[in-house]
Design a protein around this ligand. Sequence first.
Ligand code: AMP
Length: 284
Amino acid sequence: MQVITTKQELKQRMQACKQEGKTIGFVPTMGALHEGHLALFKRAVAENDICVGSIFVNPTQFNNQEDLIKYPRHVEKDVELLASIGVDFVFAPSAEEMYDANEMTQTFAFDFQGLDSVMEGKMRPGHFNGVVQVVSKLFHLIMPTRAYFGEKDFQQLAIIRYMVTQSELKNTFGDLQIVGCPIMREQSGLALSSRNERLSAKQKNIAPIIYKTLLESKQNVKSHSVQETQNAVIQQLNNVQGLEVEYFEIVDKTTLLPTNTFENAIGCITVWCGEVRLIDNIQY
Ligand code: AMP
């Protein structure tokens, strides 16, 4: 496996692969890899001639400096893991290599048609601008055949799917396939996340209640309204000492807009467990 740190080398390597007629599977990450990430990589390795991953803690998608500073980083361990499962290239640039100075400070403008005005977008202003900025930059450099994203970040997946349908990018990326992959969980049910590394032993015991409550809420489908289910989940979780719900919204899976039916619905949640922000979702 080769570790690449410059955009120029990445571009050259990818162009060479393309000229040889090889298919390229790409998995963007912020590192601190766990089994959730590895599931994406294993699929990309299996479905493509070449598998490329990126490890880059993207500063432009953080609206909270403390979260950015405390984000776990262990690139060497990540690189070893990726080599062991057959990944061919890892792109791990510095922020200075990735962005020109003006790109770091100016907001990247993109019309999300409202997909960014709810849930994560509402709570983390500018977050998805940063995500789309870095992902489109990586797509331009790599020109993948398929790109793999986790359903854990459901809104992000919806936004990336939308992004590649937009005229300018559609022309550039041709028939790039965006592949959504299911959420991987710990045995306790807690969704795997790099941020779980920041949970204390005590917090690790209460965090699984989030998924347990979401699962139980599926039983409401026949007997309760969407609004009642939403309120019940929020109340139950806020009753747990050490957990605080930031939002729980049951929305339409396609438009991400609030819905009053469980058909094609997904419940997306963000919960603070102490200082750690955890996200999860459940499909009804
Ligand atoms: P991140 O490093 O958190 O930016 O995540 C990189 C990719 O891995 C994103 O597409 C995430 O949705 C995906 N991912 C993160 N955690 C999980 C998980 N528990 N299960 C499946 N995919 C995940």
